[in-house]
Design a protein around this ligand. Structure first.
Ligand code: ADP
Ligand code: DP6
Ligand code: CO
Length: 333
C-alpha cells in the first residue's frame, strides 16, 4: 500500500489555455510539449489504516486542511480511491526540486508523479493513456508529463473525457536540444494558471481567435519535430506563446505574467537569433523565460542570458524521461 514515483515538468511549445469543462478538467484545445529532464518531483503515497484524513506534505511542510493545495491533492486521491477496492486515507509526501507554483510547471510534474504513485500504491495498473487522462484531472499539463520527450495532448471529443489524454510524439533521444530556464524572480506567482485561463476565456475578446489557431499549430509543430527543423519549431512556439499571453493580457482585468526582465529576455533572444545563434523562447504562466537551442549552442546561449541583470538563475534542462516508479529498495537506501 505504498509507492514512490517521480516525474519531470514539461514546457508547452503549443500552449494549453482554457477549459471546456472545469469538473473533468477538459481543455478547450490540444497542446504539445517537451518533458524537461533536470527538474523533478518525487512523490510517495502511503495508504494507512491508522489515520482519519488524508495528510499532504509538500516541500517539507504539512499542508493546512482548508488550503487550496491540500484540497486539490485530496480530491485527486479521492478519484483514485473511487477506482480501487480500499478506502484507506493516504499520506502523500511530495517535493519539487525547483520553485513551486512559480510558472515552472510544478502542477505538471506534481500531478503526473501523484497519479502514478497513488494508483500503484492502490494496486491499480493503468495503461499510459489512462494514467495520462487521470493526471489531467489534477492539472491539464500533467497529462503530458506521463511521457518522456515530446508529447501531444489530445483535446478529445467525449463528454466523459476518456479520450482527452496525451500521446507520445518522439522520445527524449530524438533530438539533442537544451532548454535554458532563465529564472527572473523568486516566489509564487500572483495568479495561478487555473485562475488565469478561466478569467481569459470568460472575458478576453482575443481568447477564441487564439484558441482557433491551436489545432493548426500542433500539426506544424509535430512536422517540425519529426523533421528536426529547429527554425520551424521556433516560429510556431514563439507565436503560440505570444498569442496565449496576448489573449491573457486582453482579459478583464488583464492577466499579466511578465516582468521587465521577461521582456528584456524576449528581445535579447531575438537579437541573438539575428546575430546567427539558433535560439527561440517560450514562456508559460509566469515571468520566467525558457530558451531553446541545439546542444552545441548551449555555452553561447548561457553567456548571452547570464549578462542580463534581472536573471537570478539559469537552469539547464534537456529532453527528459516520462513518469516512473522508484524501486522500494532505492527509497529505503
Ligand atoms: P505551476 O506553474 O507551478 O504549474 P500552477 O498554478 O499551475 O503553477 O500550479 C501550482 C499548484 O500546483 C500549487 O499551488 C499546488 O497546488 C500544486 N502543486 C505543485 N507541486 C505539487 C506537488 N508536487 N504535488 C501536488 N501538488 C502540487
Ligand atoms: C501556460 O496545467 O497548470 O503552462 O489544468 O488548471 O492545472 P490546470 O492548468 P495548468 O496550465 C498550464 C498553462 C501553461 C501552458 C501549458 O502548459 O500548456
Ligand atoms: Co501548472
Amino acid at each position: 500500500m505504498e509507492a514512490t514515483a517521480f516525474a519531470h515538468p514539461n514546457i508547452a511549445l503549443v500552449k494549453y489555455w482554457g477549459k471546456r469543462d472545469t469538473d473533468l478538467n477538459l481543455p478547450v484545445a490540444g497542446s504539445l510539449s517537451l518533458t524537461l529532464g533536470g527538474l523533478s518531483t518525487t512523490t510517495r503515497v502511503r495508504y494507512r489504516d491508522d489515520i482519519s484524513r488524508d495528510i499532504v506534505i509538500l516541500d517539507g511542510k504539512e499542508l493546512r486542511q482548508g488550503s487550496r493545495a491540500y484540497q486539490r491533492v485530496v480530491e485527486f486521491v479521492q478519484l483514485v480511491r473511487n477506482e480501487s477496492n480500499h478506502d484507506y486515507f493516504a499520506e502523500v509526501e511530495t517535493a519539487n526540486d525547483f520553485p513551486t507554483a512559480a510558472g515552472l510547471a510544478s502542477s505538471a510534474s506534481g500531478f503526473a508523479a501523484l497519479a502514478l504513485a497513488a494508483t500503484s500504491a492502490a494496486g491499480l495498473h493503468l495503461l499510459d493513456e489512462q494514467l495520462s487522462a487521470l493526471a489531467r484531472r489534477g492539472s491539464g499539463s500533467a497529462a503530458r508529463s506521463i511521457y518522456g520527450g515530446f508529447a501531444e495532448m489530445r483535446r478529445g471529443s467525449r463528454k466523459d473525457g476518456h479520450d482527452a489524454f496525451a500521446v507520445p510524439i518522439a522520445g527524449p533521444e530524438h533530438w539533442d536540444l537544451r532548454c535554458v530556464v532563465a529564472v527572473t524572480t523568486q516566489g509564487e506567482k500572483d495568479i495561478s494558471s487555473t485562475e488565469g485561463m478561466l478569467r481569459t476565456q470568460e472575458s478576453s475578446p482575443l481568447f477564441t481567435p487564439w484558441a482557433d489557431t491551436v489545432a493548426g499549430d500542433i500539426v506544424e509543430a509535430t512536422d517540425a519535430i519529426k523533421a528536426r527543423d529547429f527554425q520551424a519549431l521556433g516560429r510556431v512556439a514563439e507565436r503560440s506563446c505570444l498569442g496565449m499571453h496576448a489573449s491573457a493580457m486582453a482579459a478583464d482585468p488583464g492577466v499579466i505574467y511578465w516582468n521587465p526582465t521577461t521582456l528584456e529576455l524576449i528581445h535579447r533572444v531575438r537579437r541573438a537569433r539575428r546575430d546567427g545563434l539558433q535560439v527561440f523562447f517560450t514562456i508559460d504562466a509566469g515571468p520566467h523565460v525558457k530558451v531553446f537551442c541545439p546542444a552545441r549552442e548551449l555555452s553561447a546561449v548561457r553567456s548571452v542570458l547570464g549578462q542580463i541583470g534581472g536573471v537570478s538563475d539559469l537552469i539547464v534542462a534537456r529532453p527528459g524521461e516520462g513518469a516512473a516508479l522508484v524501486a522500494a529498495d532505492a527509497v529505503n537506501a
